[in-house]
Design a binder for this molecule. Structure first.
Ligand SMILES: Nc1ncnc2c1ncn2[C@@H]1O[C@H](COP(=O)(O)OP(=O)(O)OP(=O)(O)O)[C@@H](O)[C@H]1O
Length: 256
């Protein structure tokens, strides 16, 4: 199959006919209603959509934090379906990084220990040259011996990004990474994620409600009712906002 210039054929993550239902019987909620998508290596994708449309569920199932009800998930060449918990945990530690809105740092550990924690848990030797690069890149050299509580929100999120980058994961999943940050600090964090893609060919998949944050991505997926309803290559913030508004109008018409 021909590969277009600038388009990688390598799938970092792929999901096929993915469904996730919470609960059973009349109370059952369908969070994902059959999603097919490939996230190519070295690309940055934003996942958007109304509240409850399934964004976090897609992220969690694609990252192996949650099991799909049906369908298949691959991270690189490894299929997650059917993997034991032990192998799934190892795959997450070795190949995947996570960044969450609430930072999720360990309060009792210093910045440095937070950053190296996943490498220690993987049992591998930390790559000191790489860690040095990551710490410089996120601008935390002066803060390594502080505890997270002594840092601003933006600095804490930079620690979380350094921690996600430390093991050199193939894929970084981010759930509202800028949700708790002011505009300027959010821009710093998004620039770091963009650099992970451009400089190190990592793959970023980021859930966000913010069209400006999404405009840092190469591609914007819009979910509604557990399905992908838009797949937009490199839209600007205005086009993203327009698409979300038109989707909102259509849903209001259907509901009326
Ligand atoms: N653990 C759970 N138990 C039951 N229902 C759940 C659970 N997690 C999510 N849901 C439901 O699944 C649907 C999708 O939730 P999800 O969190 O993926 O949406 P989202 O698009 O990320 O929403 P938001 O933008 O508000 O974070 C929602 O209806 C939600 O209430």
């Amino acid at each position: 199959m021909p590969v277009h210039v600038g388009q990688s054929a390598e799938a970092a993550v792929r999901v096929e006919r993915l469904t996730r239902t919470y609960g059973t019987g009349p109370q059952a909620v369908t969070a994902l209603a059959g999603v097919d998508v490939t996230f190519h290596a070295g690309t940055f994708t934003a996942v958007m959509g109304p509240s409850g449309s399934g964004k976090s569920t897609l992220l969690q199932t694609a990252a192996g934090l949650d099991r799909a009800t049906s369908g298949r998930v691959w991270v690189g060449g490894t299929e997650l379906t059917g993997l034991s918990e032990t192998r799934l945990t190892k795959l997450r530690r070795d190949r995947i990084g996570f960044v969450f809105q609430a930072f999720n740092l360990v309060a009792a550990l210093t910045v440095e220990d937070n950053i190296v924690l996943p490498s220690r848990l993987s049992g591998g030797r930390p790559d000191h040259a790489w860690l040095h690069h990551v710490i410089e890149r996120v601008g935390l050299r002066e803060r390594l011996h502080h505890r997270p509580s002594a840092l601003s929100g933006g600095q804490q999120q930079r620690v979380a990004i350094a921690r996600a980058l430390a093991t050199r994961p193939d894929v970084i999943f981010c759930d509202e990474p800028t949700g708790a940050l002011d505009t300027e600090t959010a821009a710093d964090v998004l620039t770091l994620l963009r650099a992970a893609v451009d400089e190190h060919r990592q793959t970023v998949v980021m859930v966000t409600h913010d069209p400006v944050a999404a405009s840092y991505a190469d591609r914007v997926l819009v979910l509604a009712d557990g399905r992908i309803v838009r797949d937009l290559p490199q839209p600007g913030a205005d086009r993203i906002a327009e698409q979300l508004a038109s989707l909102g109008r259509r849903r209001a018409e259907v509901a009326a």
